[in-house]
Design a protein. Structure first.
Lengths: 462, 99
């Protein structure tokens, strides 16, 4: 274990090297800030659970000592007057806040190509995307600059980039981690989530930031998670394979890695059964009604008065709002605000939003039914393919949205889920996903440790 | 449903977002693509119930009705371009309204 000062110096050197490579994973960091963090941690009265662990933060999680831009021109230079509860808990646990990381603007995207500050490169293949929207955090962990990072999920934005980059990504049960200080996108979906090089590192960070927070009314009234003992086998557990997540057109490499992992689950002693989640194929269309609807309301505050860049000359206040928002938001954010405004508008509300709300209830019912039927965990591929090429999906928003087809049902249902590397296909990482019922975070983490120990994360599968 | 150029302009006005003439053709095509895709829910078996699913606590807790200091790391006076006598000084928006 290195001292805080040594950890800070090593992290600064690693971040600098990645900058020279052009990864573009960070938006704000400095060697001086890391030194200050090291001094602060060294002065703590007792070592914390994350003593001297450098952790990066997605730049939609507010800190009071560095800007929070959300990857948007509209928040360029903004420094929050308060800190997110998750950040306060990290600092109290002895972590070094290492950097703020690049992201799709306001966390809207699946490739981290929609940042106002340029796209993030995949750490293993510069011409590919790291996934998104938390692509900067995933890339930093995968490149070895930090052992862990925070991201956020609204529709899979940690598990999907974790899968693409070959690291662990865990999304806790909705409400397990306070949203206080996470810039709002879709409030009924948003969830601070964690990347780690290993299940153990991600688990330690999740435990440190979890627990009830009176500053978030949707926070669960539960104490912080205790680090569960890692399981060495899966005996006594039933693991379901939802057939809708293994479609005929699944990428060959992803299928081979998933098949190999299913064999590992059996070898670990789990009972493996096929199940059905019949409404999951409707999760992406439901999500792309509900999330833009919530975004259109949440992002109304960026109007050039409450938040936003210096005011352009405008003849009236409405023109001011339109000019600031028209210039300040990028193309994907504007598209989603427009879609959200459309589906909430008079005459369309019931046909779109009402129907999507009912579909969300059906999707959650499906999960509840399989868990009530004796299934302890579900296993699926995390993504239908490995990391795609930069620019491959930017012209067709729906093709981009479908990159999240296996991850966003979990967000709609508020469950806990984790992606871990289960092999490589043509050199690119493949992720496997374990899904637990709401509140099943400890079982998820302990079972994932057993799977991690049984599967070669870097082994070629075809 | 087909979204036309005029529809996009009307939605953009509701959303308070300026849209340039040159971007309209692409925006019209993309919004049609997205809305056409999500419209598959119309024929999906979602049931006729009115219940909505909301994750998180089953009941939202109420806070005590007491004034607490905001956990701010900088005082309010530093949060606005101008501050006088304990108040934010902001533009007189009414003066900017169209007559």
């Amino acid at each position: 274990v290195s001292s805080p000062a040594e950890a800070a110096r090593a992290t600064a050197a690693a971040l600098q090297a990645l900058e020279r490579r052009g990864l573009n994973a960070t938006l704000h960091w400095s060697a001086e800030a890391l030194e200050r963090e090291a001094a602060r941690v060294a002065a703590l009265p007792a070592p914390g659970a994350l003593q001297a662990m450098p952790i990066a933060l997605k730049d939609n999680i507010v800190t009071d000592d560095a800007p929070t831009t959300c990857g948007s021109r509209i928040l360029e230079g903004y420094v929050s007057p308060f800190e997110a509860t998750a950040v306060r808990r990290l600092r109290a646990a002895g972590a070094l806040i290492a950097a703020k990381t690049n992201l799709d603007e306001f966390a809207m995207g699946s490739s981290t190509e929609h940042s106002a500050f340029g796209r993030v490169q995949h750490p293993l293949a510069a011409d590919r995307v790291p996934g998104g929207s938390s692509g900067g955090s995933a890339a930093l962990v995968a490149a070895g600059a930090v052992p862990a990072a925070l991201g956020s999920e609204t529709g899979g934005s940690v598990r999907q980039p974790a899968s693409f980059c070959g690291v662990v990504g865990v999304k806790p049960t909705y409400g397990r981690v306070s949203r206080y200080g996470l810039v709002a996108f879709g409030s009924s979906l948003d969830c601070i989530s964690v990347f780690g090089r290993t299940v153990e590192e991600a688990s330690r960070v999740l435990c440190a930031i979890s627990g009830h927070d009176p500053l978030d009314a949707t926070s669960l009234a539960e104490p912080p998670l205790q680090l569960p003992a890692p399981r060495t086998d899966l005996r006594g557990l039933t693991i379901g394979l939802p057939r809708e997540y293994f479609p005929a057109d699944l990428d060959g490499g992803v299928r081979a890695a998933a098949d190999r992992t299913v064999e590992a689950l059996r070898a670990l002693g789990a009972r493996v059964v096929e199940v059905s989640l019949p409404h999951s194929p409707y999760a992406v269309p439901a999500y792309y009604i509900l999330a833009p609807a919530e975004a259109s309301a949440n992002l109304a505050r960026y109007d050039g008065v409450r938040y936003g860049p210096p005011r352009p000359a405008a003849p009236d206040v409405q023109a001011l709002y339109r000019a600031v928002r028209g210039r300040g938001f990028g193309s994907e954010v504007r598209r989603r605000i427009l879609v959200g405004t459309y589906v909430l508008s008079a005459g369309y509300y019931e046909a779109y939003y009402g129907k999507a709300q009912r579909m969300r209830a059906r999707i959650a019912d499906d999960f509840r039914a399989v868990f009530a039927d004796g299934v302890d965990l579900l296993f699926t591929p995390t993504t239908p393919s490995t990391a795609f090429r930069a620019g491959e999906k930017t012209a067709d928003p729906v093709a981009m949205y479908l990159a999240d087809i296996f991850v966003c049902p979990v967000n709609l249902a508020g469950l806990a889920a984790l992606s871990l590397p289960i092999g490589r296909s043509e050199g690119l990482p493949v992720g496997g996903q374990l899904i637990a019922p709401a509140g099943g975070d400890a079982l998820l983490l302990s079972a994932a440790a057993a799977v991690e120990a049984a599967v070669d994360p870097a082994g070629e599968v075809r | 449903v087909t979204i036309r150029r005029e529809d996009v302009l009307a939605i953009a006005r509701l959303a308070a977002i300026d849209v340039q003439e040159a971007e309209l053709p692409v925006l019209v095509a993309q919004l049609n693509r997205i809305v056409g895709y999500v419209a598959q829910l119309e024929s999906a078996p979602a049931g006729d119930g009115t219940e909505a699913f909301v994750p998180g606590p089953t009941a939202l807790p109420l806070r005590e009705d007491v004034v607490r200091p905001e956990p701010l790391s900088r005082p309010p006076a530093e949060l606005a371009p101008a501050w006088r006598g304990g108040y934010f000084v902001v533009p007189r928006l009414a003066a900017m309204e169209e007559p």
